[in-house]
Design a binder for this molecule. Structure first.
Ligand code: ATP
Length: 566
């Protein structure tokens, strides 16, 4: 329950800091007047009276005030940086979890960790302070007005001109910058994918062509934003010059007023300093406004992500299932296209049964596997393990009883032992048992660091077959009741296949239910049942021998690869 409103909770916690930020901003802005008041007093009182004592006292008071200013400004920023750390630490893991959930549910996630960063940048950064400081600009301008209305008019004009330039800047640059940023993200994503596929690029001499294409797309994205950057730069420099211009104007007008004895010399200098203070929040408020735009967008995207994904369910402790698997009228529509990838699938397996799934390429075997392990939520129908609906079961709890070996195994950054232990706490005996059962133990020991071998991102230092064996050990970790293996031998050599055959025998002996996508005769021999899938429909399901008898012409030798759905 607490997790469901995490986003609101975090934003509310941020808002709760507003009163203290408001008070601190009031005090810091008040103390910002110290230097002008000091200047006013030195010029008009000390220089006129020649009193060293007054100067000393004034200086002591000014220094104390400036020190207090420093302390209060530090406190303001400390509150914000604490806020931003808290936001990132609490929200990021939750967003990562919901990203995974959204990817499986709707194909892609509406929000990313970049949105948490945008949220943090605004709530915990300078932008929000600009909002607290901005109301002080009119106060400073009013003080200048009180010194002399002519100076007040100059200050108001300065603020209006800077505000106009800022708004113009925002209007001109917002859209092209957003487009350029989106394209840049794509271009950098492409670059990462190219590096990841270095072997393909080098092996087929594609590197230069790909680099050329990339350079072209990078150039286009860069040029798209260049015009906006240039316009922003011109306007930024213009606003700086204009601000300095207004400061000179206020000094000049002040001097004229001094000559006409309508203002003191101290007042002239103080007005110039106060003007600088008055105009600075105006300039900052414009960039803060941009930050506010990103914040609002990020908040909306994150709220959408929270709406379409569920909070982690409370842990429930069901007994370990025996492995009775039933799929009833399963149907699955691709989230983005609504195309039916699985049309009708109904079957049941008893604990300890091995079911081989056959079917031509693209027939839906992998999709079926994802539905069986509960990674994909069926659009219609249900998958039950011992009567419990896979979708009703919290995935953390369910995962303890399910092992899944996908077609393409990717391992995560960490040691081999950690990967086998599913990135949780490593229980040595369980890791060893899983590795031995999968036939990966000897291979792991032959690596220089054995189970402690550190795998980097994409685990490039391992061969496809090695990854597959470790993936199988990961699936077997903790003796799950149901194992779903998608083409487990696609990267294995003869020895690997024999090891896999033994592993299947051990699973059967341990009464583990297994669904295995394979066309390999030696593995088919282990199966009790065979399911044949074609175009998303299970067209045949039954005892192995009966199905094979129907499929293989009598005059053909049994160890030939069966062509399932032809
Ligand atoms: N996320 C998805 N969105 C849309 N279509 C998808 C998605 N995943 C798979 N498909 C499509 O669903 C169909 C079945 O794919 P699936 O991977 O399940 O087939 P398969 O039988 O395992 O194929 P292979 O033997 O080649 O691995 C294919 O046409 C594929 O393009």
């Amino acid at each position: 329950m607490a997790q469901r409103n995490l986003l609101e909770k975090i934003l509310k916690a941020g808002r709760q800091q507003f009163p203290s930020l408001f008070v601190l901003s009031f005090l810091t802005n008040l103390l910002l007047l110290v230097s002008s008041i000091y200047m006013l007093q030195v010029f008009d009182r000390v220089l006129a009276s020649g009193s060293i004592d007054t100067l000393i006292w004034l200086t002591i008071i000014a220094v104390l005030a400036i020190l207090s200013y420093g302390f209060l400004e530090f406190a303001r920023r400390k509150i914000l940086s604490r806020n931003s750390t808290w936001i990132v630490e609490n929200l990021s893991p939750e967003i990562l979890r919901r990203n995974v959930s959204a990817r499986l549910k709707v194909g892609r996630s509406p929000a990313s960790l970049g949105d948490v960063r945008d949220l943090r940048n605004f709530v915990g950064g300078d932008a929000i302070l600009a909002f607290f400081d901005a109301p002080w600009s009119p106060v400073f301008i009013a003080i200048i007005w009180l010194m002399h209305p002519i100076l007040g008019v100059i200050a108001v004009t300065g603020a209006v001109v800077l505000l106009t330039i800022g708004i113009l800047n925002d209007v001109i640059t917002r859209r092209p910058m957003a487009q350029s940023n989106a394209h840049m993200r794509q271009v950098y994503g492409d670059a990462e994918a190219f590096v990841h596929n270095a072997d393909v690029l080098e092996g087929m001499g594609m590197t230069e062509t790909v680099a050329q294409r990339w350079r072209q797309r990078y150039g286009e994205a860069e040029r798209e934003g260049a015009g906006a950057v240039e316009a922003a730069l011109i306007l930024y420099n213009m606003s700086r010059s204009i601000r300095l211009g207004f400061q000179i104007a206020i000094l000049g007008a002040g001097a004229a007023l001094v000559l006409r004895a309508e203002l003191t010399a101290g007042g002239m200098i103080a007005a110039s300093i106060i003007l600088a203070r008055a105009l600075s929040p105006v300039e900052r408020a414009i960039s803060a406004w941009k930050g506010f735009g990103s914040y609002r967008l990020a908040k909306a995207k994150l709220a959408h992500l929270f709406r379409i994904t569920d909070a982690p369910a409370d842990r429930i402790s069901l007994e370990k299932p025996k492995g009775r698997l039933s799929a009833r009228e399963l149907r699955y529509l691709a989230p983005e296209t609504q195309e039916a990838l699985i049309k009708t699938v109904t079957f049941q397996l008893s604990p300890g049964q091995i079911c081989a799934v056959l079917g031509p390429s693209g027939s839906g075997k992998s999709s079926l596997c994802r539905l069986l392990v509960g990674a994909w939520k069926p659009s219609f129908g249900e998958v039950r393990l011992d009567g419990a609906d896979m979708q009703e079961w919290p995935s953390e709890e369910r995962g303890r009883y399910v092992g899944f070996l996908p077609q393409d195994v990717d391992l995560f950054s960490g040691t081999i032992a950690e990967n086998i232990a599913r990135m949780g706490p490593v229980i040595d005996e369980k890791v060893l048992a899983a590795a031995q059962k999968s036939g990966a133990h000897d291979m792991i020991l032959s690596l220089p660091e054995g189970y402690e071998t550190q795998l980097g991102l994409y685990s490039d230092q391992l061969s496809g077959g090695q990854k597959q064996r470790i993936g199988l050990a990961r699936a077997l970790y903790g003796d799950p009741s149901l194992l779903v293996l998608d083409e487990p031998s696609s990267n294995l050599d003869g020895n690997g296949e024999i090891a896999l055959q033994k592993a299947l025998q051990l699973m059967k002996a341990a009464a583990q239910t297994v669904v295995v996508v394979t066309h390999v005769p030696s593995l088919l021999k282990q199966a009790d049942k065979i399911a044949v899938v074609n175009a998303g429909t299970m067209i045949k399901f039954g005892d192995r021998d009966e199905i094979l008898k129907d499929m293989i012409p009598k005059d053909r030798v049994p160890h030939q690869k069966p062509h399932a759905a032809e």
